[in-house]
Design a protein around this ligand. Structure first.
Ligand code: ATP
Length: 315
């Protein structure tokens, strides 16, 4: 396995109409989860990815598993839990600028993920462990599962990549800040967005944030700044790597997961940090051009064509 990740994926229903959801009668069904989006992004780019989770013993759980397996992700570590349902959420499109999310995930099968689901040999053989800040917010047992995965990765020298993926709806701000800062102190690479940096440190200047994250413990910090691209910071160097120009943004959700997949793919291919960030920028930009979280994730040849055709632009 090149990467192993863990976390919840939910069934996503989006009304086919815009406006109050109480009037919606038909919905499109997809699947959404930051960690599985990331794993799918990596398989599209030609890498081997494994996803640890739980799904309910229900029709939607079976459909989800078939979908993620069909994308080439190893799901051998996903448990079918017959005592809780697969989580669901709805994305209510109130207007082009206002999207509301409604979760039906409390007590879901994935929220019952626990230390017992984490197999030492599975993580030990991976090159990278990927974690997000969503999983520890789901339940105590999920938080313990993350801690166990981190302990195993450290024991076996597996590098840890952390995407904070702040979800304010899932926990109190105090607890979120405390846990995210604690995780930031334990990982090798951290991929915050500028808003997450502001939430965690109360600072929004990129250079200051880069330094604060490095001081926290990571050896590589990649700070995403939307259309502008992303900064990277190590103890030796720092640089803004410009984003790619997108003519029309169709759906910005999932850009961060795509970025993480593109960036990790660059590291796996032995690119320099700057080139890996560039690949992350390209994948992030490509995801915004297609509706859906995973539909826009490119294959390797597509991202290469996009990078050659577009070049760095936005300044
Ligand atoms: P998400 O909303 O998926 O959680 P995020 O907040 O983690 O995303 P963003 O900074 O929005 O992260 O986007 C991640 C990366 O995707 C950016 O660093 C950039 O490379 C690319 N990207 C995002 N939006 C655009 C855009 N409008 N134009 C070009 N590239 C973009």
């Amino acid at each position: 396995m090149d990467i192993v990740t863990l976390g919840e994926t939910m069934v996503l229903f989006t009304p086919d109409s815009t406006g109050l959801m109480r009037y919606a009668n038909s919905f499109s069904r997809k699947f959404g989860g930051a960690e599985s989006n990331y794993a799918i992004g990596l398989t599209r780019l030609g890498h081997q990815a494994g996803w640890i989770s739980r799904v309910g013993d229900d029709e939607l759980g079976k459909a989800m598993l078939a979908f993620i397996r069909g994308e080439g992700v190893d799901v051998s570590q996903v448990k079918v839990d017959d005592s809780a349902p697969t989580g669901i959420y709805f994305k209510e499109i109130r207007s082009a600028n206002e999207v509301r999310v409604q979760y039906y995930r409390k007590g879901s099968a994935a929220s019952r993920l626990s230390m017992e689901d984490i197999r030492e040999d599975y993580i030990a053989q991976a090159k990278y462990l990927h974690i997000s800040g969503i999983t520890p917010a789901l339940s105590e047992s999920c938080h313990e599962a993350i801690n166990e995965a981190i302990a195993i990765a450290k024991k076996h020298d597996v590098k840890i990549i952390f995407d904070p993926n702040l979800r304010k709806k899932l926990w109190t701000e105090d607890k979120a800040r405390r846990v995210l800062l604690d995780l930031a102190a334990q990982v090798d690479i951290i991929l915050p967005g500028i808003d997450e940096g502001k939430f965690m440190f109360g600072e929004s200047d990129p250079e200051t944030l880069g330094r604060l994250f490095l001081d926290q413990g990571a050896s590589l910090v990649v700070l995403k700044v939307g259309a502008k691209g992303a900064y990277y910071f190590t103890n030796e160097e720092s640089k803004l790597v410009s984003g790619f120009k997108v003519d029309q943004i169709v759906d910005p959700v999932g850009a961060g997961d795509g970025f993480a997949a593109g960036f990790t793919s660059g590291l796996l291919d032995g690119l320099s940090i700057e080139q890996a960030v560039q690949r992350g920028n390209a994948v992030g930009a490509m995801v915004t051009m297609i509706n859906g979280d995973v539909e826009g994730l490119p294959e390797k040849y597509e991202v290469e064509n996009f990078m050659n055709a577009t070049g760095e632009d936005v300044s």
